[in-house]
Design a protein around this ligand. Structure first.
Ligand code: UTP
Length: 478
């Protein structure tokens, strides 16, 4: 009886908050739920600030958030991929310092893996997708093997933090446990979940996934900054003496999370948050543009960059806004500590998605097209808050080929092709003969495991271990 009345009191409180936010429909099935489900629904509803959400519904669901483009928008200053003569010594010095910091255990790996991967449509956490051109190895395998290789090379523990969402946390943990963390010490792998927000229909009404459960979606990769603090991961880093977080997305098998040059430049320039970019492939490529507006480094999404700026040219005819963001960052632990307070938020962005829901008749609906608005924060929106943000250009073919879509651009197929091309380039640079087709494409399929090489230079001393390659060969080098 006591339990019942406390549920009743909670219901009354929540109902009032929902009324004020025009969301009272969320309790319409309450009376027909058993007590466990009633409590579950109340737990979810009580964990959200409906007042804040009401404002966001007005600005981002019923309205469209206004993206302010600074009047004085310029391309960001970018450190070139190949150093110019005046930068050569600086790059060398940065590489040396970067190696020193990695060897001193100051750099941790951080994978954001809380996304829903709706475009790819894989049933499970994206890190489990087997992405290697041959050998059926997963994204998580690649990252774990990379960390293991760096750990062994530098003789130092390298903690790996993985952000999940409540929707994929259990599955991610089960997968890593079932694979014994791919040989990494369990104590060096930490998983934590990001926060979730409701998805809304076009009228701004939060959706129910079931009568007792909200349709919730993760709050974007920008939610990682808050989640690092809220989960205690940042404190854990501080305890372990970590000063720099190497941030990367779960979908990019080519990422080099321990690039000494990037680490070193991040530190020597006094940057609090650094980013890798590569030249865009065309004016309207769907990547964020690394810009400088009112003196602040910022990413302007392709959809927000005015056409005349997207097509603008320099005096020599080259593309003016040419730096495409690769979602690869270094972040100082002290930066996150400095900016993330109780009320910290990055700007919310609006994303239209397909979200299954329970309709007004209590029936489950599986929509065929986008029916809902999700609210997401993007991590690059922290750049304007950072002191001296550094931007480094890299060769995309070496470092970026994400698995986003089921087919076409940025798909499993294109990523496997790019991984194979890189592996073959590394072999050739080490003097190994790689059979090629008449069109120049490799006529072999090669996976280079990180235990064999994490960079082109690692291959040369091992080239004698590579068997002679014949057309049609499929090999894994480990
Ligand atoms: P994407 O922007 O590609 O989103 O995430 P997604 O959710 O994975 O895929 P779609 O858009 O539904 O197809 C880029 C990276 O940010 C992470 C993803 O896991 C991926 O590593 N991410 C995204 C989060 O960690 N949390 C989020 O809320 C969103």
């Amino acid at each position: 009886m006591a339990k019942q009345s406390s549920l009743k009191e909670r219901h009354e409180r929540v109902y009032r908050a929902l009324m004020e936010a025009n969301q009272e429909h969320l309790l319409r099935w309450f009376d027909e739920l058993d007590h466990t489900r009633q409590a579950h629904l109340l737990d979810e509803l009580e964990s959200l600030s409906w007042q804040t959400l009401a404002t966001l519904v007005k600005t981002h669901v019923l309205g469209r958030p206004h993206v302010e483009i600074p009047v004085s928008l310029e391309p960001a200053d970018v450190y070139p991929h190949q150093p110019t003569d005046d930068l050569r010594d600086r790059y060398e010095e940065a590489r040396r310092l970067g190696r020193e910091l990695i060897a001193a255990g100051k750099v941790a790996a951080f994978t954001v893996a809380g996304g829903q991967g709706t475009r790819l449509g894989f049933d499970g956490p994206k890190g489990q997708v087997e992405v290697t051109p041959v050998g059926n190895k997963s994204l998580f395998w690649i990252f774990a093997e990379t960390i293991k290789a760096v750990r062994e090379r530098y003789g130092v523990p390298i903690p790996w933090y993985i952000m999940t969402s409540p929707a994929n946390h259990r599955q991610t943990l089960d997968y890593l446990q079932a694979n014994d963390f791919f040989g990494l010490p369990e104590a060096e792998v930490s998983l934590f979940s990001q926060a979730m927000l409701p998805a809304f229909d076009g009228q701004g009404r939060a959706l129910l996934a079931e009568k007792y459960r909200l349709a919730l979606a993760p709050d974007g990769h920008g939610g990682s900054l808050k989640a690092l603090v809220a989960s205690g991961a940042l404190r854990d880093m501080q305890k372990r003496g970590i000063e720099i977080i190497s941030y990367f997305q779960v979908d990019n098998p080519l990422v080099k999370p321990f690039d000494p040059l990037f680490v070193g430049l991040h530190v020597t320039t006094g940057s609090e948050m650094s980013s890798k970019v590569s030249p865009k492939v065309d004016d309207l490529e769907k990547v964020g543009n690394m810009c400088k507006g009112d003196g602040k480094v910022m990413v302007i999404e392709y959809s927000d960059l005015p056409d005349e700026l997207a097509h603008a040219r320099n005096a020599d005819g080259t593309r003016k806004f040419n730096a495409g963001s690769l979602a690869i960052h270094m972040l100082d632990v002290s930066f996150i500590q400095r900016i993330v307070g109780d009320t910290f938020e990055l700007p919310y962005r609006r994303a239209e998605k397909k979200v299954p829901f329970v309709d007004d008749h209590g029936l489950s609906v599986e929509p065929e097209s986008s029916n809902a608005v999700k609210l997401e924060m993007f991590v690059f929106d922290a750049l304007p808050l950072a002191e001296n943000p550094l931007v480094l250009e890299v060769d995309r073919a070496e470092e970026f080929s994400p698995v986003k879509n089921a087919t076409g651009v940025d798909s499993l197929e294109s990523s496997m092709r790019d991984q194979n091309s890189r592996a073959c380039r590394w072999l050739e640079a080490a003097g190994v003969n790689v059979p090629r087709k008449p069109d120049g494409e490799p006529d072999v399929i090669v996976t280079i495991a990180p235990s064999f090489a994490t960079d082109a230079e690692d291959v040369k001393p091992k080239s004698s271990l590579v068997p002679a390659l014949k057309s049609g060969d499929r090999i894994v080098l480990e």
